[in-house]
Design a protein around this ligand. Sequence first.
Ligand code: UD1
Length: 337
Amino acid sequence: MATLVTGGAGYIGSHTAVALHESGREVVLLDNFSNSCAEAVDAIRALTTSGMAFVKADLRDRDALDSVFDSHEITEVIHFAAFKAVGESVEKPLDYYDNNLGSTIGLARAMVDHGVESLVFSSSCTVYGQPDVIPVTESAPTGAESPYGWTKYMSEQILRDACAALPLNTILLRYFNPVGAHESGTIGEDPNGIPNNLVPFVMQVAVGRLEKLRVFGSDYNTPDGTAIRDYIHVVDLAEGHVAALEALAGGLSGCNAVNLGTGVGSTVLEVVAAASDAVGHHIPSEIVDRRAGDIEKIWADPAHATEMLGWTSSRDIHDMMRDHWNWQRSNPNGYKS
Ligand code: UD1
């Protein structure tokens, strides 16, 4: 029996592969390296077992998928593989719809054809936009602001319809803002080019690859004027995926949306201060205009995750910054260091 992890060489996939291995599962990693690399697979194997199976394939390639299901006894799947850059999705909408929806449909179809019923899907709190009520619960209205966001929204809908009609049970995990790294410092986030996300950017400033952080907006209606997000340690997130698989194995059926967040919001300036503490020196920054498309504030109501999965986060913003810095410091240029 094995767990298939699509996008298994990526940031969240790699940490989840380690957590799955620690839970006693056999893992099959699948990735096309569109935003990851073979070195990540080596690093996962070094933390787990040199025998962890890896398949280089695109999920839109049905023959390749059939051969994965034929050659391993897959009983459950976690689907991470997707493009995820909001700005790029605006420039290349068809690439995003083709890749993200084509992969989800192709995978779901192959699962049904091969009799595999348990799926955990990588969704995002981006489907809430700026919620009216915070902390946000799973019953809040959903929508999207970018082609990337729509691919998450539409994938959720596709899976909801598929679960209603077919022998398929799914948990849609809506992640808040994953940061941090495995405590070993040997796997972590390795963005292509200049990072779009806050913490990778801050850490590249700290390590000297970038000159200074630009803080997008200081006139939000928050205690220090900067925007609030619910940052969650990637290892907590990984453990949430193991808990989700266990809930499905325990008989949870249908299609279920679950927030994975801490329930704690941090402003941009609070993140920078925590990062400076972890790094041990000041991180240069300047305030600039708001970034188009950003929301003011969001954090999760994580109660449903606790009820449904028996999971809660246990690592705080200081743990996140310590571990992210440990990865960045040990690998200043990511996996190619
Ligand atoms: C973004 C995506 C979201 C995606 C998530 C993945 C948008 C609008 N949303 O979330 O769909 O799921 O990444 O992790 O892009 N900030 C700065 N300076 C920077 C970078 C960020 O001040 O150089 C601020 C942002 O304005 C924001 C906060 O830091 O207030 C977090 O930004 P980011 O890490 O990009 O995440 P989100 O925008 O929340």
